[in-house]
Design a protein. Structure first.
Length: 318
């Protein structure tokens, strides 16, 4: 799915594991602002000038932090899919009881939350069809059953995310419930996009709408999409919108149907860099651009050479 879209758009995807996920050891000093600083240092080290950022689910707060603290001089665009927003009494109502409980445990009894996530990882490793069984509603179940390769990619990504232990996800769930250290309205980027499904049982509408305070944010809400189906059906759209925003057509691409790129014909030689945290590491090249794609769980995007780029993150908030 993403591989073909990235090749078509000449988008390069770079995966970076946040502390406590995949190959990066956990550190209790991990924070939203520290992550933005780490990403900036990494982009400096790689001589990457400008890039875009795409954050999904639990990765959205980190994508937003990168946009805020790295700034518009380097961040060309911010895209947010089913974004976990500030978690408090005003945004929590409407969330599934299980997700609300996991958030509460992460804040009040992190040791118990860690045990739950470790058990979840063992279950995922044991049951290869667990994603279909775990589907929270009929739309998710149908989507995962009709696209078993996507179900397996999500499962593999979650397992890789938990391979460093469960403290990472517990710590980040707690971070989402504390003061973020910045205001969303202070984010300044050339293009900001928000996509959210109104049937999402994990991230409430109030959480998603909090990101509308980002200046110039273009929000699109899909009446029938859930947390899972939004990512399955609209992730390519997100890549297209960020690439189109780079070409000056962001508004058109933000709501374009999946599979229709407002900018495809105008990006034959552009390299657009998107950082995705993922479960495996494979790369391929095609034609005028370079593509590095990984099935994503969390992410942060970095650009490359003189071109622009984008950051993406999908959290384990499921």
């Amino acid at each position: 799915m993403l591989h073909e879209a990235a090749q078509r758009l000449h988008v390069r995807l770079i995966a970076v594991d946040r502390p406590g996920f995949g190959g990066t050891p956990f550190t209790p000093q991990h924070s939203l602002q520290n992550w933005a600083s780490a990403l900036q240092q990494l982009s400096d080290h790689l001589a990457i000038g400008r890039f875009g950022i795409l954050g999904a689910s639990g990765g959205a707060p980190f994508a937003a932090a990168c946009a805020r603290f790295i700034g518009e001089q380097r961040v060309t665009g911010l895209g947010l899919l089913c974004p976990l927003g500030p978690v408090d009494g005003s945004t929590r109502p409407g969330m599934t009881a299980a997700n609300a409980l996991l958030l509460a445990m992460a804040r009040r009894c992190p040791g118990v939350a860690r045990a739950v996530w470790r058990a979840t990882g063992k279950w995922l490793a044991w049951d290869e069809h667990c994603m279909q069984r775990f589907a929270l509603n009929p739309q998710d179940k149908q989507a995962l059953q009709s696209t078993p390769h996507i179900a397996q990619a999500i499962r593999a990504a979650v397992l890789e995310g938990l391979s460093a232990g469960a403290w990472g996800v517990v710590h980040e769930m707690a971070l989402a419930q504390r003061c973020w250290g910045f205001r969303l309205q202070d984010i300044q980027v050339p293009h900001a996009f928000l996509w959210h499904g109104l049937q999402d049982p994990l991230v409430t509408l109030a959480m998603a709408r909090a990101y509308e305070s980002i200046p110039g944010c273009q929000a699109v809400y899909f009446p029938s999409e859930t947390h899972t189906t939004l990512v399955v059906n609209r992730l390519c759209l997100a890549l297209e919108a960020l690439a189109a925003g780079q070409a000056g057509h962001g508004a058109a691409a933000a709501s374009a149907p999946v599979g229709v790129s407002a900018a495809c014909g105008e990006l034959p030689s552009r390299q657009f860099h998107l950082g995705l945290r993922s479960s495996s590491s494979s790369s391929s090249s095609s034609g005028g651009g370079s593509t590095e794609l990984l099935p994503a769980v969390r992410a942060a995007a970095l650009p490359f050479e003189g071109s622009s780029s984008c950051t993406a993150s999908r959290g384990l908030q499921q």
